[in-house]
Design a binder for this molecule. Sequence first.
Ligand code: 6CS
Ligand code: FE
Length: 327
Amino acid sequence: MQDAYPTRRGEPLEPFPRLDPVVHSSARFRWHGPLDECALSRYERDGFLWFEGFFGRERVEPFFDELAALARDSEAMNSDRVIADPANGELRSVFSMHTLSQRFSNLTRDPRILGMVQQLLGSDVYLHQSRINDKFGFQGGGFDWHSDFETWHSEDGMPRMRAVSASILLTENNEFNGPLMLIPGSHQFFVPCIDRTPEDNWKDSLKKQRLGVPEKSALRWLANRGGIQAPKGPPGSLLLFECNTLHASNMNMSPWSRANLFFVYNSVENQMQKPYCGLQPRPEFLATRNRASPLTMRDDAVEPAVPAPINGEAPYEPEMEHNVFTN
Ligand code: 6CS
Ligand code: FE
């Protein structure tokens, strides 16, 4: 199996320019999407696009109810797909949310997001991974610098750089609550990591990224070259970032939670192969391998706005989809 991006070989390897385009042009998608040429070239240059206030907060607030419902579901909490904060056992992440929540699945098929992603990846796409994150105030741990593609290539067998991550803020991201930091332009280089992947690495890496962290010399070179940016904004803001853009986040030392929805679109032409680290594939809730069918846009994706209270009555609450928690 030809490995275009060797990493975790137990020896230092030099960074090298990526072998894949950043914007995957195709006649069908390039010129028929929400992004204009200016936005496409900014994504090409930086490796991410930031849309402050993309959705109104009423569109994302219902996800807190879903997170609370999951936290009360003892069966759910005992599942491998629920990651608890190692420091205190509190719920930190729930993976594969698109298979648990219709509301979450609908959001990933919103034409305003899916249209941009198809344009960037130049093909039909499917969800490689999804999760809801909650980095609580005062202790939500940070995450060391990494390229998601480096992990997905090594541990899931993602062959090429043709995936985009979407992060939608559920809470305000400010300079105090551990916002995501990105290195603009870092996506242009593949930075191999040294240490080999141990068995079942994911049981540890989802709590703390120890493997797949580039050497400090490479981080310094790329940060000096492109700087560091930490997009901040209100709930409902959207970040699209290329699968190979280096990112990290600091510990949340503020009293304010930093929660977000996170979902990864992969091209249907870039489906998982055998993991390049040579170990067993990670579980399906971390990397879709079986149901990689193309996503279709929801034309009713724009959920009804919650009408203002009339004469003091409680506002209309849309019928909550029930979470079907499948192990
Ligand atoms: O291992 C993964 O798939 C996850 N780990 C990190 C550090 N970021 C992306 C991804 O969700
Ligand atoms: Fe990541």
